[in-house]
Write a protein that binds this ligand. Structure first.
Ligand code: BGC
Length: 417
């Protein structure tokens, strides 16, 4: 992989020297934002850039969580065909930076004061070797429940504060003949839900030790076994057709009232927003029971490649637009996420967005802000993929017990490290 990437670098560099033409007024962007809510959010960016005279060359690769997109990106980079930027998650940015294929936005960052406005947790992934290599677009958080309000009223449910409350609520939905839990049976969705289950079962310190420090004792502990048992319990509330379902179709089940709740990152709120639904009236957003006070985050970054000189001005325009305060508000209102800057007012955000912004601030200050392992912020991609694989095998019955699950998890993570 590295060797191939480096051949790509050489090609791109020779390109750069031979480029005498005028600046190319085009931004080429690889991303996996193909759902209704995601496309609406991306439009905010396209329009901002169009106002500055930049054409948009879209490279969409469908598949939530971005695994398919990252495979496509690898092929492009190996061929020396760098996009202006690519959507990327955490450790993936660092991998590409280590391979020497990223550009350097430090001059722009200095001019714009990014080091003062972007939270340190994000700078760990957007700055490599002292250079800005990516522009953070947002902060998403995965430990949320998304609930249909009419169904909640119908079953007489209240906000679940503990895991047991949650099970009691799911039972009420089941008794009323509603699908209790909308889940898409794809490994990244299952693992994203499991992130929350681990935090709820073990608490903040346990989450950090197991999911960020990859501490072996924690990974094979009774608390981790209990987390798997809790996951197994949740899966009993899923409808039989869940295998392979896309995340946004699971969200649609909740929007339509076919299901009570989805456990998903706040990109789900982008779907409610696109369907003109209002929090408090049409839907409810609660923290995953037992995780209030902590935030498991991921952040979409636009990784900036070392493009030929005639494409650098477009890249700077993209990065500047992305981190502007007005864009950070307008985009994230539609996307469901919260700003990647600490100085953006919450005025335009709905109640869930305001809560998301306040929760992030509190978690950041209180030391309870943790990277999502499922979403590329807990460990490098090889480890995250091994984790997703084990969780999925457990959900789909190839791994049968929680004892077996922790053994497989430790082994898979060890092999991937
Ligand atoms: C990204 C979100 C995206 C979601 C589903 C996550 O990995 O961070 O921006 O909406 O996948 O596609």
């Amino acid at each position: 992989m590295l060797r191939k990437l480096l051949i790509g670098t050489a090609l791109a560099t020779s390109f750069a020297f031979s480029a005498h033409a005028a600046d190319v007024k085009e931004v080429q962007m690889l991303h996996w934002w193909t759902s209704g809510g995601e496309a609406a959010a991306l439009n905010v960016l396209k329009q901002d850039l169009a106002k500055e005279g930049y054409a948009w060359k879209d490279v969409p690769v469908a598949g939530g969580g971005g695994d398919a997109a990252m495979t496509a990106l690898k092929a492009m980079v190996a061929a020396g065909n760098y996009p202006t930027a690519s959507q990327m998650l955490g450790y993936t940015v660092l991998d590409y930076a280590a391979a020497g294929v990223m550009g350097d936005l430090t001059e722009t960052a200095k001019k714009e004061g990014w080091d003062k406005s972007v939270p340190a947790a994000l700078q760990k992934f957007s700055v490599y070797d002292g250079k800005w290599v990516a522009a953070p677009v947002n902060v998403h958080s995965v430990n949320w429940l998304w609930i249909n309000k009419a169904v909640m009223d119908k079953i007489g449910g209240a906000e679940p504060k503990t895991f047991d409350d949650f099970i009691a609520l799911l039972d009420k939905a089941k008794a009323a003949g509603v699908i209790p839990l909308a889940l898409g049976g794809q490994n990244w969705q299952e693992a994203t839900m499991f992130d929350s289950v681990v935090l709820s079962t073990g608490g903040p310190e346990f989450y950090k030790k197991a999911m960020n420090d990859l501490d072996e004792e924690s990974l094979k502990s009774d608390t981790m076994k209990k987390s798997f048992d809790n996951l197994a319990k949740l899966v009993t509330y899923v409808d039989p057709n869940f295998s392979g379902r896309d995340w946004n179709l699971a969200t649609a089940m909740v929007i339509k009232g076919d299901a009570l709740v989805q456990v998903m990152g706040d990109w789900a709120k982008g779907e409610f927003h696109a369907a003109n639904k209002t929090p408090g009236t049409d839907f409810l957003c609660y923290r995953f029971p037992g995780t209030d006070g902590s935030v498991i985050y991921n952040s979409d970054m636009f990784g900036m490649f070392n493009v030929p000189d005639d494409r650098k001005a477009a890249q700077v325009a993209l990065a500047t637009a992305t981190l502007s305060k007005s864009f950070q508000s307008a985009f994230n209102v539609v996307k469901g996420s919260v700003p990647a800057r600490t100085d953006v007012p919450d005025t335009d955000f709905d109640a869930c967005g305001k809560k998301g912004i306040a929760d992030l601030k509190k978690a950041n200050e209180g030391g309870t802000l943790f990277g999502s392992l499922a979403q590329g912020y807990g460990a490098p991609p090889a480890v995250a993929n091994a984790y997703k694989d084990v969780i999925s095998k457990f959900v789909h019955g190839q791994i049968k017990t929680s004892d077996e699950a922790v053994t497989e998890l430790v082994k898979a993570i060890d092999d991937a490290k």
